[in-house]
Design a protein around this ligand. Structure first.
Ligand code: SF4
Length: 214
């Protein structure tokens, strides 16, 4: 494993303990959450998902008329765009019989390309779905990851694909590490590596080189 990256992972793991995402009851709920969380806080996603009660299913979303669906997901914002995207992602899932094991039999690259061709699904959403709903070992790069890479002395690059390749090339690529490392980065970003960093007690402060500039 890559020395620096492994050091970050092990240091955050020792500090925060095992973390495992995603907060959802079913793989389909992960897919819905991954679409709804675009450009909004998670609390709003939770409100939108709660509007489905116990009825959040591919059938419910594909059968709902557009106005009904937009009303249900309204708390998550951008509800017209997200409703169209939800319908399209659900149609993609239906091609596999809405069966997790059918999706998991397919090559990762094919699935990722298919998801990226769905209007409204970007890289972060596609990778979130493939990792958290289907267990593929793909590293999700989000704003928190980019922030860490911009501050900590690693040469991860700046674009989504560059950072993703860097992480995947320097870690043992398995679902558990992709999942927990991302969760650890997000947790540390909320605790310390905020927009205005709180470096004092950050577990990475000793090696970051950033604290003196804060
Ligand atoms: S030391 Fe500061 S800049 Fe570096 S990772 Fe921690 S909070 Fe972020």
């Amino acid at each position: 494993m890559g020395g620096r990256l492994m050091y970050i992972y092990e240091t955050l793991l020792a500090h925060y303990g095992e973390l495992h995402w995603w907060p959802a009851r079913t793989p389909y709920e992960v897919m819905v959450g991954a679409v709804l969380t675009q450009n909004t806080a998670w609390g709003n996603v939770g409100k939108a998902i709660a509007n489905f009660g116990e009825n959040l299913s591919p059938e419910k979303v594909s059968d709902a008329d557009f106005a009904e669906l937009t009303e249900m997901i309204r708390p998550a914002g951008f509800f017209n765009r997200k409703a169209r995207c939800l319908k399209a992602v659900t149609a993609w899932y239906a091609e596999y019989g809405c069966d997790v094991s059918n999706v998991q039999k397919e090559p990762f690259a094919k699935l990722r390309a298919e998801l990226l061709s769905v209007k409204g699904v970007g890289r972060e959403t596609a990778d979130s779905i493939l990792l958290y709903a289907f267990g593929f070992p793909t590293f999700v790069v989000d704003a928190y990851t980019l922030r860490l890479c911009g501050r900590y002395p690693i040469e991860a690059g700046e674009s989504y694909e560059a950072v993703k390749s860097y992480f995947e090339g320097n870690l043992v690529r398995n679902e558990k590490i992709c999942n927990s490392f991302h969760a650890l980065i997000v947790t540390n970003a909320k605790e310390h590596c905020r927009k205005k960093p709180v470096c004092g007690d950050c577990p990475l402060a000793e090696t970051c080189g950033r604290p003196t500039k804060c």
